[in-house]
Design a protein around this ligand. Structure first.
Ligand code: CAA
Length: 380
């Protein structure tokens, strides 16, 4: 085994870290406060090649791997979890299914501009009545000539409103439940496709989360992704990798909170010495650092497995479960290290704590991750 990152991975980490510190961190608190998405940051990520990390150069990517991708999401989330999830949803949830299931034409038309950062991607699975039970969706797609007519709505869409391309799942045969679900690539300006309510959220407030609505929305047959009835599997396989992107986000948030808490524990003096010299605080920092390292290793392992073409669904569910849970724990402890100051907006730890919560919820709640893992254990 070799736990050392390659030179390529180290260089990418440094590049993203520098970008995150210089360009993303200075406005993170303000964007959070104003619930403001900054498209310019996405454009800058595109210039650095970050919008197409794992995709081949043939499709506009930089031809790297999933480990580079999770390192990028981690480093962005270390200063701004909203920017981290923008890249994660764009890459794992929108680019991934087109790369894996798209035709050559679809890859050239949609994956290439997404990888180049000219178009932004999003993913629409959840509905008001179907969250954890994703197969219970009500949105329909009816074939009419060479078009499908979509009707229904999807909620909690990360990058909603800002994205140009939406991977959407709909029932083409309701009787068949999950076997009747089909995936589509829907372009933002398609007539009958509109944006609904924008959510006001506890955390990741500078990442837009919207409802998307389909009213007799006509999508050409050539935008169907995969075959009719293949949609549920496409959705699930997409989430297998997506969950590891969220694990990387959770690791980054926790690391950002630990960075801040450690700096504060060195500088803040009480009873004549830095508070970090008290075991009550020092041991807290030790536990936080240990848990982050374990979560990071799980995340990197899942990414490495995916890059090697090995099964990674269970590992990805484990990394999201563990990293999400410890991110919530670590950020809560970081607020505790700061005491009363941690509860104010003068320091970033309250934002990290609010941002961490979503990593236990989206791309499958951590209860669903336990279900996925336990089912795989029972099937072995
Ligand atoms: N890969 C391939 N196929 C899979 C699969 C996977 N990972 N998981 C399930 N399947 C297949 C099964 O093999 C089965 O196939 P057959 O019918 O051919 O046997 C079929 O899918 C149905 O599987 P299940 O019986 O296990 O389905 P289920 O209804 O019990 O649901 C579930 C399984 C794991 C609970 C699933 O519904 C699920 O993951 N729910 C959570 C949904 C979720 O994560 N939503 C997040 C949305 S994205 C988001 O958060 C927003 C954002 O923008 C960030």
């Amino acid at each position: 085994m070799n736990f050392q990152l390659s030179e390529e991975h180290e260089m990418l980490r440094k590049m993203v870290r520098d970008f995150a510190r210089k360009e993303v961190e200075p406005t993170a608190a303000e964007r959070d406060e104003e619930e403001r998405f900054d498209r310019n940051l996405f454009e800058q990520m595109a210039e650095l090649g970050l919008t197409g990390i794992p995709w081949s150069e043939e499709y506009g990517g930089i031809g790297s791997d999933y480990l580079s991708y999770v390192i990028a999401v981690e480093e962005l989330s270390r200063v701004c979890a909203s920017t981290g999830v923008t890249l994660s949803a764009h890459t794992s949830l929108a680019g991934w299914p087109v790369n894996a299931f798209g035709t050559e034409e679809q890859k050239q038309k949609f994956l290439r501009p997404m990888a180049e950062g000219k178009l932004m991607g999003a993913y629409g699975l959840t509905e008001p009545g179907s969250g954890s039970d994703a197969g219970g969706m009500k949105t329909t797609a009816k074939l009419d000539g060479d078009e499908y007519i979509l009707n229904g709505s999807k909620i909690f869409i990360t990058n909603g409103g800002e994205a140009d391309i939406y991977i959407v799942f709909a029932q083409t045969d309701k009787e068949k439940r999950h076997k009747g679900i089909t995936a589509f690539i829907v372009e933002k300006d398609t007539p009958g496709f509109s944006m609904g309510k924008k959510e006001k959220k506890l955390g990741i407030r500078s990442s837009p989360t919207l409802e998307i609505i389909f009213e007799d929305c006509r999508v050409p047959v050539e935008n169907r992704l995969g075959d009719e009835g293949q949609g549920f599997k496409i959705a699930m396989k997409t989430l297998d990798g997506g969950r590891n992107g969220i694990a990387a986000q959770a690791v980054g948030i926790a690391q950002g909170a630990l960075d801040a808490a450690t700096a504060y524990a060195k500088e803040r003096k009480q009873f004549g010495k830095p508070i970090g010299e008290n075991q009550g605080i020092g041991f807290k920092l030790a536990d936080m650092a240990t848990k982050i390292e374990a979560a990071r290793l799980l995340t990197y392992q899942a990414a490495w497995k995916e890059s090697q073409g090995l099964p990674y669904g269970k590992e990805s569910a484990m990394s999201k479960l563990y990293a999400g849970d410890i991110s919530m724990e670590v950020t809560t402890e970081a607020v505790q290290v700061f005491g009363g100051y941690g509860y104010t907006k003068d320091y970033p730890v309250e934002r990290y704590m609010r941002d961490a919560k979503i990593t236990q919820i989206y791309e499958g709640t951590n209860e669903i991750q336990r279900l996925v893992i336990s089912r795989m254990l029972m099937a072995d």
